[in-house]
Design a protein around this ligand. Structure first.
Ligand code: AQP
Length: 335
């Protein structure tokens, strides 16, 4: 039986964080053996908010290096840059015409990212979920591993697929299954346990970057916001304590265990001993990734060549699917 096809993407909008790693990248690695996997550095999405052109170029390469350093293997998956495969933008335009404004108005990520000044946001940020639907459906991918924050966008992608199928009386686009990840499905900011850890947060102290060295990781964890109470002895006691819950969740995820197991060891203690255990675990886990990234980035030409090869393979799948979508819509064939 053919393997199920998986698509997932990550924006080169900064250095990848621990949130990206635990919520997404780490889970992409074992999927390479179970599924037909397509992973994309989504630079078209990144420019929905301002990106300095030179930094965008560097960050795109750096993101590809991070994915490779975390264990993506271009022999076992397709890894490429979104802007190299035009099928994404072609299908996104059709989806802009299928999705309803009322659906987009409900997207909480737009509200979070646009903040108070929605009028000044780019139109691209508003239709971001339509492009995300196109990313997935251009490959007829049916499974999408993402962090919990992306659940709403996947539901919208299914609404778009269904409306397209209904309007054009076809069953061309499949239903997408969200594959929501792991213990720490949502890693929160180190400065505010109610806010998601993000690579574009203005405060570097709010996140652990995959490129941080051991001293930086230890310092950020030492300074991470907590509360004055000792740690509870079970996970239920973390209710109403977002910072404590976040740090316990991170240690559980990075050591492949559960918050209850962490609290069996650390319950009743203040944050001092716990934070040094957390910093040690993070350093042990992330240092090899940072050093592999440095090795890969020492030869940028090799990373670029690998991305181009990935784009050739991606095009071979997506172009015929999007050509067919054009036919279904009624566009006169160009040849
Ligand atoms: N804090 C998080 N916890 C768990 N998962 C997360 N992801 C992102 N942040 C967290 C997951 O990482 C994947 C790639 O995300 P993205 O780069 O495409 O966009 P994002 O979700 O907007 O990530 P950032 O880091 O917050 O980027 P910026 O700051 O540019 O907006 C997704 O699967 C996401 O769920």
């Amino acid at each position: 039986m053919a393997k199920q096809r998986v698509f997932s993407g990550i924006q080169p909008s900064g250095v990848p964080t621990l949130g990206n790693y635990l919520g997404a990248i780490r889970n992409w690695v074992p999927m390479q053996d179970q599924y037909d996997t397509i992973y994309c550095v989504v630079d078209l999405h990144a420019i929905t908010v301002w990106q300095d052109p030179k930094e965008l170029t560097a960050q795109s390469r750096e993101m590809a290096a991070a994915l490779l350093a975390c264990g993506l293997d271009p022999e076992r998956c397709i890894l490429f840059l979104q802007s190299h495969v035009h099928a994404h933008a072609r299908l996104a335009w059709i989806f802009n015409c299928v999705a309803r404004l009322g659906w987009l108005n409900r997207m909480t990520q737009f509200k979070d990212k646009a903040g108070k000044n929605q009028e000044a946001s780019s139109a691209g940020l508003y239709v971001y979920p339509n492009l995300m639907a196109a990313d997935i459906l251009a490959y007829h991918a049916s499974r999408v591993p993402v962090g919990d924050d992306q659940r709403q966008h996947l539901e919208l992608a299914n609404d778009i697929a269904q409306k397209f199928n209904h309007d054009y009386a076809t069953d061309f686009f499949p239903t997408i299954e969200p594959h929501i990840m792991g213990v720490a499905a949502r890693v929160m900011s180190l400065r505010d346990g109610t806010k998601k850890m993000s690579k574009s947060d203005p405060s570097d102290q709010s996140r652990i970057n995959l490129t941080d060295d051991a001293d930086t990781i230890s310092l950020k964890i030492r300074r991470a916001k907590t509360d004055p109470e000792p740690l509870p002895s079970e996970a239920a006691g973390l209710e109403g304590r977002p910072e404590a819950r976040n740090l316990v969740g991170i240690l559980a995820a990075i050591t492949d265990t559960t918050p209850d197991a962490i609290l069996r060891d650390h319950g009743g203690q203040g944050f001092g001993t716990f934070k040094s255990a957390l910093a040690d675990a993070l350093v042990a886990h992330l240092s090899p990734i940072a050093s592999d990234m440095r090795r890969l980035l020492a030869d940028p030409g090799a990373v670029d060549a690998l991305l181009r090869r990935g784009a050739d393979r991606a095009r071979a799948i997506a172009d015929p699917i999007v050509d067919r979508a054009h036919e279904i819509v009624g566009f006169l064939p160009p040849r």
